[in-house]
Design a protein around this ligand. Structure first.
Ligand SMILES: [Fe+2]
Length: 319
């Protein structure tokens, strides 16, 4: 099925330029001259991606996006804005209303890339919603392709997390959520608004906040896909710290859902025992020496001990 991308701008010459620029792409281009026109489209048919100018006579773009969020939650929203209006755009991103923003005047290549990313997110949420296990697994692999340095990371995190879950005798349901959550824990990477980072000169103070938004973005996608609460907890809370200094919510100790604490241990362990561009893999013993220091500050100390006993108890001879 060909997906529709709807562009909304009160300037006809901008809409004409967009129609010309994207005539050969594999999505259908729709245009609307006002927020009111755009809403008519969206009520009538499935719109995968909405690209809206903010400053228009009548309803502002940002208010249009807010309405669309309610009436067509799957539609991925992109905002266009002039430099003068950047604060509004940034605000919109930070409150999770929009996927990306594009600064006017735009380069066609940049806009096309942003639209392609938005279509990617739309398809992922759609297929997650249909999702059986095979679908979720293949989506996890798609996520990893975004960052080839982490190949195999999500599968290994799921495996380590499951070892801990088995030792804790968690229910089958909880174990399934941990496996799927382990595969998907980094899915927020898909929603990272790179365009914000590209404006580092101006937005420096926001960069860190943006990175901290990753789990929120990921969890939002998982919620839209109606995945179970355990999976959402893993995606949202695997960067919380046991001492409360993590993100996004600064939860501490046992307030952090157990499944997220488990995946956090697995995540750190795999990071330490895998080759990275800036660091060679540690062997398991060294990794646990490092992780032991993190028990009680970053990680749940009991879970660290459990993973240590499972891996070094069973495979101590290998290291
Ligand atoms: Fe990770």
């Amino acid at each position: 099925m060909v997906e529709s991308v709807l562009f909304v701008d009160d300037e006809q010459n901008i809409l004409s330029a967009i129609v010309r620029a994207f005539a050969d792409e594999d999505f259908r281009v729709l245009t609307a001259a006002s927020a009111e026109d755009a809403l008519r489209f969206i009520r009538d048919e499935e719109v995968a991606v909405l690209v809206a100018d903010n400053l228009m006579p009548g309803t502002r773009g940002i208010d249009l996006l807010e309405t669309v969020k309610r009436i067509s939650p799957d539609t991925v929203k992109i905002m266009m804005s002039g430099y003068a209006d950047l604060p509004t755009a940034i605000e919109a991103i930070n409150i999770g209303e929009v996927f990306r923003f594009v600064v006017k005047p735009w380069h066609n290549d940049d806009l096309l890339k942003v639209v392609a990313d938005a279509l990617g997110r739309y398809r992922i949420v759609k297929s997650l919603r249909r999702g059986d296990e095979a679908v979720i697994h293949s989506i996890a692999q798609t996520i990893e392709l975004k960052d080839p340095r982490t190949r195999g990371h999500c599968a290994r995190v799921a495996r380590y997390a499951l070892l801990i879950a088995e030792e804790l005798h968690l229910s089958e349901q909880a174990k399934r959520e941990i496996r799927h959550g382990g595969w998907l824990h980094d899915c927020g990477k898909i929603g990272v608004p790179e365009s914000v980072l590209n404006f580092a000169g101006q937005l420096n103070s926001r960069e860190f906040a943006t990175i901290r938004e990753q789990p929120v973005w990921g969890a939002q996608g998982a919620r839209e896909a109606q995945l179970s609460q355990g999976i959402i907890n893993i995606i949202l809370h695997h960067h919380e710290r046991y001492d409360g200094q993590g993100y996004p919510d600064g939860l501490s100790g046992r307030d952090i859902p157990l499944e997220a604490r488990i995946v956090a241990v697995a995540d750190v362990f795999d990071t330490l025992t895998s080759d990275r561009p800036y660091q060679k893999a540690h062997d398991r013993r060294t990794a646990f020496a490092i992780i032991a220091e993190l028990g009680g500050t970053q990680l749940d100390p009991e879970l660290v001990t459990i993973l240590h006993d499972i891996l070094l108890g069973a495979m101590g001879a290998e290291n």
